[in-house]
Design a protein around this ligand. Sequence first.
Ligand code: CU
Length: 340
Amino acid sequence: MRLFTCVAAVAVFAASTAAHASLKFPCPRYSPFGQDCPPIPAGQSADSGINAPISSMTLGEKKPLCKYTTPFGSPSATWTAGQSVTVSFHENIAAHSGGHGQFSISYDSGQTFAVLHEVLRYMFIGSKPSGLTNTASVMSYTFTLPQDLPSSDKAVFSWSWVNASGNREFYMNCADVAIKGGSSSSYTGKEMTIANYPGYPSIPEFNGNYDTGIDLYSGAKQITVGPSGGSGTGTTGNYTSPNPATGSTAPASPGQPSPAQSSMDQSLPSQGAPVPSFGQGSSISSPAQDSATPMSAVQGASAPATTPLGTVVPTAPVQGPAAPTSSAPAYMQPSNTQAY
Ligand SMILES: [Cu+2]
């Protein structure tokens, strides 16, 4: 019986690490779930928490935009300016009822990002859902790279996402890519939107209104990026470069799930859980849902509960009044009774 319990706990935990969302192709830095991934750089480790958000306003946590500041030694993909590309996502993701997503490019090692393509409102779900859902139906996106994308062997391609429901989070993955055949020395596009990241605007849960936060995307300024510098003077340009001194770039020891991953993963429901409607608001806690989601009890026993993250950052006052303190374990916080 004891053995069975152990096995069950491991199985549930493994499933939880595959939730949230991450790029599959091009392979983001150190993903163990990617396709055609380059070797992990010396001194770095595979990131089993690659699906987790890089920030949570609810939990008061953040990591650098690219999470890791050391690029792969070789590109995850080699693309040609003007070509059609298809990017794909990890099969087992939690869609968090959709949300606003962007694909962007950086030529300054992941500090300033200009948008290449965006998927507003319904990322992963395709169209407006009838209620909260974690079921993803769109797992890949195809779009054409701009003809005037500058060539570089060290460009950084990103996917970023603000989820429509659940903890207020910002997701971002960075993949190192090479761009060939570019006809221009710079590219001008919309500045990537950062939200639900400490120091940046907040976007609340959509609660069925898919225009929530849309002004932060439609109103973004144009910026110019390129290998020899650009006009990265906007929000991302002003972003203080990821600082290794914060310790947030250090991966967890091999084979050990990071505390951050554990705490952030705890809000995930099982995929088959009943879907509540928007009308139920943010105080959803149906007995049926709870009984179908034994994860919190199991994880509460096995996960490091006291240390959300080595880099806990006091959450900025942009947080709503109902936000829990960062000292409480994720699974005990009221917002997590709403599993989506
Ligand atoms: Cu998630």
